[in-house]
Design a binder for this molecule. Structure first.
Ligand code: 8X3
Length: 251
């Protein structure tokens, strides 16, 4: 059996890195992409030391020319995990910075679009391709202070749904994974521009927020189902988060 290739965007940390490890363990050759080459190199070596196969490629998914050049560099692609994304700011709609909204649209919507458009011919040519897109529960519901992120992630969700319809009859399935509260090293810290206290308050009293590993487990599970099985939308939250606004906090 030939080795299948999986591209992971946003592979330098969090859910992307954790999923890359799991896909490598499942036997995929994993192409690790993100802006931070130094982190990718460390992960590439770690995967190789564990007996897996990985290659690092520094890439900003919002740079369309760079994404096209990246796609050209690949011999073939079987799986795209379009994971790169971020939240910037938690301000009300009335006062939010349009620059934050633009940046969130760039990475969460156009970044996914760029990756999908550039790699789609190779995914189709594989004869059995998978596109997995990481959206968010913010792509399905809204909450105060989350307007710009929700607007962008609703866009991510719209890409997944539209693409699945448009690829009907093609040998490519489209999986969307929508996590709720996940505690990673960077998501909330980035959102609050490095304010560690503000970031920590998101998870305050929550016994067990999801981890990057929890989400990666789900993504890898969905990707490794038989080809005819399409997990089209999977929502996962920690037990402590019954709904976006219903979070059980202890203490
Ligand atoms: C992250 C989930 O609740 O912070 O994608 O919007 S939330």
């Amino acid at each position: 059996m030939t080795t299948r290739t999986a591209v992971v965007t946003g592979a330098s940390s969090g859910i992307g890195a954790a999923t890359a490890r799991k896909l490598a363990a499942a036997g995929y050759h994993v192409v690790l992409t993100a802006r931070r080459a130094d982190r990718l190199d460390v992960l590439e070596k770690e995967i190789a030391a564990a007996g897996g196969s990985a290659a690092a490629y520094a890439l900003d998914v919002t740079d369309r020319d760079a994404v096209d050049a990246f796609a050209q560099s690949l011999d073939g692609v079987d799986v795209l995990f379009a994971n790169a994304g971020a939240a910037f700011g938690a301000d009300p709609v009335a006062t939010a910075d349009p620059a934050d909204w633009r940046a969130m649209y760039e990475v969460n919507v156009l970044g996914v679009l760029n990756s999908v458009q550039a790699l789609l011919p190779k995914l189709i040519a594989s004869g059995d391709g998978t596109i997995a897109i990481l959206s968010s529960t913010a792509g399905l519901v809204v909450y105060e202070g989350g307007g710009g992120y929700a607007a962008a992630k609703h866009g991510t969700h719209a890409i997944a749904g539209t693409l699945r319809l448009e690829l009907s009859g093609q040998p490519v399935r489209v999986i969307e994974i929508a996590p709720g509260m996940v505690k990673t090293d960077e998501f909330a810290v980035n959102r609050f521009r490095g304010d560690q206290d503000a970031a920590a308050s998101v998870y305050e009293g929550v016994a067990e927020p999801l981890t990057a590993d929890d989400v990666a487990d789900t993504v890898a599970w969905a990707i490794t189902r038989p080809s005819h099985v399409n997990v089209d939308l999977l929502v996962l939250r920690p037990r402590a988060q019954a709904a976006q606004h219903k979070v059980h906090r202890e203490g």
